[in-house]
Write a protein that binds this ligand. Structure first.
Ligand code: ADP
Ligand code: GLC
Length: 492
């Protein structure tokens, strides 16, 4: 099979900058594509936090001119590096005014007010970069609203540009809640002409919706689990775009994310107190004690520890936890929580830790090492998301024998098999209703199983640890989509 040229554009990439799972995906998928023999390259913004020395980035000569409509041509720079441990080029679009700031999208809980300009600049810069480095992609793979405008630009500004004569686009939706909705004035920056400002293209309630434009213009769209691909066609999960998505379902695909098992495996994890695996689980006990110690909880083997890691936002079902917390604290359990997000939730959980110091440990902030320690040292992992396009933490949990308790939605439903008491099949505990009662009952069921059916619990742990969601399979599915896009554009 012939080699494909693939340009992946994203607003965050591990290890350079990360706020959530998007960065994990864009840091890992290219490696699997490269293993399939393709020429893959990545583009992301050069945020202030991207460490140029540490990653050995070098500045390309000549700068990059980026047309920005009424703002005129804005000049930026391009740094180039290699994705660590690979020969995959990563390009960083540099512009002090747009990206030389403390956060990726926001600071102190407030989104930057010029996010439209920042990401329109970035999207247009991706196109200009391809020209500058003379890379002729078969496919530009955009991710979420930040880069969705690329699909629009390809069909407008660059529709007759010979450099992109055979280039198509894939837009992956990692999260439909965030759509890049802005004041219509952004049309003058995007500068594709006001005739595109209509309800079947990029306009929505007299504003601009970048994700919408991307969905309309992309050759193919995908999302990160099969279940979520179905869900977003309904009003409950569509965030107002369900009809549009339903109409475009002919080009919508669900590809489940993989996991980078080089980073997330208890047998090799450098962040955990002692490594372990199915044949010897002793290390997991050591990890549990270390975890209890780091959260200043009593070091008790005979009590199950439930871990929670994630952004403290509505999506993750934090309100369900809030309304369940006192009932949960009546159970003979310990909970450790690592997260950051909405301020009220940060305060709430810190208060709970003060109120139940023997049972509830909490770290507000972002710490990768602690995320690993929680996966390794917990017995159970709670993820009661209201919606979850894919979700990575529950997949990490499986590998560490930390049984997930999840709400049956999106990727959580696709990756976790519910426990059957009789057959001892299953890898976790699922509930359907987004209610505190359902959450409390299901945690109760999991805790009951832990106390009263240790054999069944251990069997589930083995089932869980043997599961593999690797990137090789997912990369082949993306490859098939890329080929379909290429064929479509070449009219072959
Ligand atoms: P989402 O992308 O919606 O946040 P995912 O489950 O796909 O959810 O990915 C979340 C990623 O971010 C995981 O790799 C998880 O370990 C990490 N993460 C989230 N919050 C924190 C935190 N406070 N500290 C460390 N890692 C975190
Ligand atoms: C989004 C989703 C999450 C998914 C991640 C990576 O942030 O919320 O479910 O795992 O993207 O695709």
């Amino acid at each position: 099979m012939d080699k494909l040229n693939i340009l992946i554009a994203a607003s965050e990439v591990v290890p350079y900058a990360k706020s959530g799972g998007l960065a994990d995906v864009v840091g890992a998928l290219p490696k699997a594509l490269r293993n399939l023999g393709h020429d893959v390259r990545i583009v992301m913004p050069r945020y202030y936090i991207v460490d140029r020395e540490k990653y050995g980035l070098r500045l390309l000569e000549g700068g990059l001119g980026v047309p920005m409509g009424v703002m005129g041509e804005i000049w930026g720079g391009v740094y180039e590096g290699l994705l660590p441990g690979t020969d995959i080029p990563v390009y960083f679009i540099d512009h002090e005014g747009f990206f030389g700031r403390g956060g990726l999208y926001e600071e102190n809980g407030y989104s930057y007010s010029d996010n439209d300009n920042r990401f329109l600049f970035f999207s247009r810069a991706v196109m200009q970069l391809a020209k500058k480095i003379r890379f002729h992609p078969d496919v530009i793979h955009a991710n979420d609203w930040h880069t969705a405008a690329i699909a629009v630009m390809l069909n407008t500004h660059y529709a007759y540009d010979s450099d992109f004569a055979y280039t198509g686009s894939l837009l992956t939706i990692h999260n439909l809640q965030h759509q890049g909705r802005f004041y219509k004035g952004a049309m003058d920056i995007l500068a594709i002409g006001w005739e595109h400002f209509n309800a079947s293209e990029i306009e929505e309630y007299d504003g601009i919706n970048l994700l919408k434009g991307g969905i309309v213009h992309a050759d193919v769209i995908s999302t990160v689990s099969r279940k979520y691909a179905q869900e977003i066609r309904t009003a409950e999960f569509g965030w107002g775009l369900e009809h549009l998505i339903d109409r475009n379902a002919y080009k919508l695909h669900g590809i489940l994310n993989g996991v980078d098992y080089e980073e997330w495996s208890p047998s090799v994890d450098p962040f955990i107190a002692q490594t372990f695996d199915t044949e010897s689980m002793e290390g997991k006990k050591v990890c549990k004690r270390a975890l209890q110690e780091s959260f200043s909880l009593p070091q008790r083997d005979e009590v199950p520890v439930i871990g929670l890691v994630g952004r403290l936002v509505e999506q993750k079902g934090i309100e369900l936890i809030v309304h369940s917390i006192h009932a949960l604290m009546h159970m003979e359990i310990q909970i450790v929580l690592l997260g950051a997000g909405e301020k009220w939730a940060e305060h709430f959980f810190s208060d709970i830790a003060g109120r139940y110091p023997q049972k509830f440990g909490c770290y507000i902030g972002y710490r990768n090492d602690l995320a690993h320690a929680i996966e390794a040292g917990s017995d159970l992992f709670l993820m009661p998301s209201l919606f979850e396009p894919c979700g990575l933490n529950q997949i990490y949990s499986l590998r560490y024998g930390t049984l997930p308790i999840v709400r049956a939605t999106g990727g959580l439903d696709d990756t976790i098999e519910n426990y059957h008491n009789d057959s001892q099949h299953g890898t976790g505990f699922k509930f359907h209703d987004a209610t505190p009662d359902a959450l409390i009952n299901t945690v109760g069921w999991a805790v009951y199983t832990w106390y009263n059916d240790p054999k069944g619990f251990q069997q589930m742990q083995r089932n869980a640890m043997e599961q593999r969601f690797d990137w090789d399979g997912a990369a082949k599915e993306y490859e098939a989509l890329y080929r379909r896009i290429k064929l479509g554009r070449r009219g072959e």
